[in-house]
Design a protein around this ligand. Structure first.
Ligand code: FAD
Length: 467
């Protein structure tokens, strides 16, 4: 028997539940299918639990630094069971409220199980066949387990399994020196583990400007985290009660032995077992569903939202996808993915807030560019908080005064970056930013200052690679 709905939503990540809310408000019947935990990655194995751990790690770090502020504390120890329970509670609360919300929607049927397409209009979940003229795919992604020699012979964690345990590793080896790996590295170092980060590329967070990578590396190394970049031929082998990771780096020890291993080498979309071959939906060679600027797939009546469409890899991009689809479909709007300004943060401490192009990307467009920079040692609020690590910079088009991008690596960098983001989104330029009065004392108040002190400066990437 086939159950007919006005719409089917596959996955309850950061777009699906909100979309179900708008569709049911518009009077539609909606089947929402979830195969695992409501709330998806962000709520259960991503942003929420990790940022909760980041907060515990920050508390530990500040407690150890108490004397710097004239606050005398006793010795600091970590209760991993309580740390873990706190992070679990925040995830479970998020999941429970999401589920209650979905169940409260009139016209919404919440179905647990793995959804697979049977045709362009039908989806099977176990014995149930669901049919609808509108289908929204919000299946997200999962950690890649790399095909590195020996990986099948050693125990390892991914972000999901590490978050399930309250064990404090004696020595955590993190393979992958990008956003997820670095957050976990600093979290566990601050909890008291010895941590080694192994990165294949020549530097950490290789998508960022080299000066950002270098500054993040120094910050982590100053906390005792060992970092090995340029690690060719990574391989794994058993070692008594531990894991040996072979690096074959050009310099340093060719092997490191850790008590626990975290693989954080990227994500892949959950599209390999979705029955897409029974539809006309096109994917790229990595499995990302191809969508146009309005998030429509190659099959009319089917949309793909969130990480599975390869147009973003963040909670805010998935949620923005929901807004685009819902407003185009229900409000007669004409919103597009290309209208949004790219932005994200890396939640090491201090955090990195990023918007628009990096300096290297801006230079690659052959524009004439101007750059404003300031170290956090010259940001009053950072000095007053005794958190003066990092720097801020803004990149501006010398001919049009358009803001091309910015990076704030420093205390509150994840918040202060919005001062640039909002001006860019509103179509303002560097002059708008310069002329906006900001509150004192904040990190944000120095953003207009750097926009007012722009200079033509040498290409630091090239400068850096000179012998
Ligand atoms: C460790 C970590 C930290 C992160 N931190 C941040 C952060 O600080 N800020 C940020 O913006 N982003 C962060 N992210 C990324 C963010 O979590 C994701 O971008 C976001 O959750 C993507 O949401 P989504 O809606 O695309 O899908 P997901 O949240 O992945 O949800 C997809 C859902 O679909 C379900 N599903 C999959 N296939 C099927 C199927 N066939 N049938 C039924 N159900 C199915 C899954 O079970 C899942 O519940 C982090 C990610 C990780 C891993």
């Amino acid at each position: 028997m086939t159950d007919n709905f006005d719409a089917i939503v596959i996955g309850t990540g950061q777009a699906g539940p909100s979309l179900a809310g708008r569709l049911t408000d518009a009077g539609m019947t909606v089947a929402v299918v979830e195969r695992h935990l409501i709330g998806g990655t962000c709520v259960n194995t991503g942003c929420k639990p990790t940022k909760t751990l980041v907060a515990s790690a920050y508390a530990a770090h500040q407690a150890r630094r108490g004397a710097d502020y004239g606050v005398i504390t006793g010795s600091v120890s970590i209760d991993m069971a309580r740390v873990h329970a706190r992070s679990q509670k925040i995830s479970v609360d998020g999941r429970t409220s999401n589920e209650a919300w979905l169940r409260s929607m009139a016209g919404c049927s919440l179905i647990f199980g793995h959804a697979r397409f049977e045709s362009d209009r039908t989806v099977r979940v176990g014995d149930e066949l669901l049919e609808a003229d509108r289908i929204f795919i919000n299946v997200g992604g999962r950690a890649v387990v790399p095909d590195m020699p020996g990986v099948g012979e050693v125990p390892f964690f991914t972000n999901s399994s590490l978050l399930e345990t309250d064990v404090l590793p004696e020595h955590l080896v993190v393979v992958g020196g990008s956003y997820i790996g670095l957050e976990f590295a600093q979290i566990y170092a601050r909890f008291g583990a010895r941590v080694t980060v192994i990165e294949k590329g020549p530097r950490l967070i290789g998508r960022e400007d080299a000066e950002v990578s270098d500054a993040v590396r120094s910050i982590l190394e100053a906390e005792g985290i060992a970092i090995r970049t340029g690690a060719e031929c990574i391989n794994f082998a058993h070692h008594p009660n531990s894991v040996a990771v072979g690096l074959d780096c050009s310099e340093g020890e060719p092997k490191t032995v850790g008590s626990h291993l975290l693989l954080a080498v990227g994500r892949r979309p959950n599209t390999d077992d979705l029955g897409l071959e029974k539809t006309g939906i096109e994917t790229d060679e990595r499995g990302y569903i191809q969508v146009n600027d309005r998030l429509e797939t190659s099959v009319p009546g089917i949309w793909a939202l969130g990480d599975c469409n390869g147009r973003g890899a963040f909670t805010h991009t998935a949620y923005n996808d929901f807004e685009i689809v819902a407003e185009n479909l229900l409000d007669g709007a004409d919103r597009k993915v290309s209208d949004r300004v790219p932005c994200y943060a890396l939640y090491v401490d201090p955090p990195l807030g990023r918007v628009g192009m990096t300096e290297a990307e801006a230079r690659a467009t052959a524009r004439r560019i101007l750059v404003g920079r300031r170290p956090m040692t010259q940001v009053g609020r950072a000095v007053e908080k005794d958190e003066p690590l990092g720097f801020m910079k803004i990149v501006v088009d010398a001919d049009t005064d358009a803001i091309l991008g910015a990076a704030i690596l420093g205390t509150s960098g994840d918040e202060a970056i919005h001062t640039v983001l909002d001006i860019m989104a509103a179509g303002g330029n560097a002059a708008t930013l310069r002329q906006t009065m900001h509150i004192h004392p904040t990190v944000s108040e120095l953003v207009p200052t750097i926009a007012g002190a722009l200079t033509v400066c040498e290409d630091r990437e090239q400068e850096r690679s000179r012998p």
